[in-house]
Design a protein around this ligand. Structure first.
Ligand code: NAD
Ligand code: ZN
Ligand code: ZN
Length: 346
């Protein structure tokens, strides 16, 4: 079968022929119906050899949707033909975190050598993929798999980040979303669906700002220190109740503390090379600001995100590519010319 692989440090993704996977005991084989491109793939492919821990060659794709094609020995709970999305941050299933559905924070994954598809295990950017356990599949019914695949990360990650801040997002509140790409444009919609907040979006691309307005942002501003004043004006001088940074570059980590109010939440989701740093200390962030650096989301939260999509409360803006076009899609992601989510459809 065809797969999109990262094959050597410093290389670019390639379409190659690999052996067809067969489901072992407990595993589920999917015919992939869609696989999203995440900016984290770019981050991973930009790592120097000494920091790269995902194995080579790596079949990319940690946002996957598929149709169940075959069941390994002993698998119950799913049927051949089911349309599903794949929960990506696989864990052991048994530790205290996994027991709470928070496999993204599994305490034993590293020790047991468990890695997410596309980030260690072979990913979704292929004609077929193996899923380690049926519990990592969420049925999507008649949702379009192309729009549903990104829910597993571009939907789940902001959902998890926003949920913890909901107590601060009542009527009259303001939330700032920095970076309105794959994750950010879904974040704007999740904020609108779940909270009373007015959403202010910041980005450096005009097309991204336009998308932000289209999906419900009340204001969309160029991301720069000049954005501080309008945000202060909109909030009677206070600053935003919650600031979500989906870029995580030094420029945004320096900007975010100037946008958040006393007692607000500042959440950094974005990952940028070069270890940029948020300065937290007396005088560098407003008093009683809570900062958080979350990773992905929990299994129950993915079920909730799928519900939001099924009710039409969120929808992912996608650009489609074939498997053969995947290298071109990654080139577009790299240059920043994708709007919404790039999705490969085998
Ligand atoms: P994306 O490329 O789709 O979107 C990034 C957006 O940020 C683009 O719209 C771009 O124009 C904008 N941007 C770039 N520099 C900016 C700046 N200085 N100010 C404002 N906007 C700027 O990326 P994505 O797939 O949505 O991922 C967003 C970030 O989240 C990436 O860093 C990714 O690695 C990270 N991520 C983290 C997690 C996690 O669990 N913490 C999960 C998924 C993705
Ligand atoms: Zn991702
Ligand atoms: Zn675990």
């Amino acid at each position: 079968m065809k797969a999109v692989q990262y094959r050597e440090i410093g290389g670019r993704p390639e379409v190659v022929e690999v052996e067809d996977p067969q489901p072992g005991p407990g595993q589920v084989l999917l015919d992939v119906t869609a696989a999203g491109l995440c900016h984290s793939d770019e981050y991973v492919m930009g790592l120097p050899e000494e920091e790269y821990v995902y194995g080579l060659p790596l079949t990319l794709g940690h946002e996957g949707a598929g149709t169940v094609a075959a069941l390994g020995e002993g698998v119950t709970g799913v049927e051949v033909g089911d349309s599903v999305v794949v929960y990506g941050p696989w864990g052991c299933g048994r530790c205290v975190r996994c027991s709470a559905g928070q496999e993204n924070y599994c305490e034993r994954a590293a020790e047991l050598g468990i890695a997410p598809p596309g980030l260690g295990a072979p990913g979704a950017m292929a004609e077929r993929m193996l899923v380690d356990d049926a519990r990592h599949l969420v049925p999507i019914g008649d949702l379009d798999p192309v729009a549903a695949a990104p829910l597993t990360d571009a939907g789940l990650t902001p959902y998890h980040a926003i949920k913890r801040s909901l107590p601060k997002l009542g009527a009259g509140s303001t939330a700032v979303v920095i970076g309105v790409g794959g994750l950010g444009h879904v974040a704007v919609q999740i904020l609108s669906a779940l909270s009373g907040a007015r959403v202010v979006a910041l980005d450096i691309g005009d097309d991204k700002l336009e998308l932000a307005r289209r999906v419900g942002a009340a204001e969309a501003l160029k991301s720069s220190p000049e954005a501080v004043e309008p945000v202060k004006e909109m909030t009677r001088g206070r600053g935003a109740d919650v600031v979500l940074d989906f870029v995580g570059a030094q420029a945004t980590l320096d900007l975010a503390p100037q946008l958040v109010r006393v007692g607000g939440d500042l959440t950094v989701v974005g990952i940028t090379a070069g270890a940029p740093t948020l300065k937290v200390g007396f005088g560098t962030v407003p008093y009683e600001v809570s900062t958080l650096v979350p990773y992905w989301g929990s299994r129950d939260e993915l079920v909730e995100v799928v519900e939001l999509a099924q009710r039409g409360q969120i929808s992912v803006h996608t650009e489609r590519f074939s498997l053969d076009e995947a290298p071109e899609a990654y080139r577009r992601l790299h240059e920043g010319s994708l709007t919404g989510r790039g999705v490969v459809v085998p």
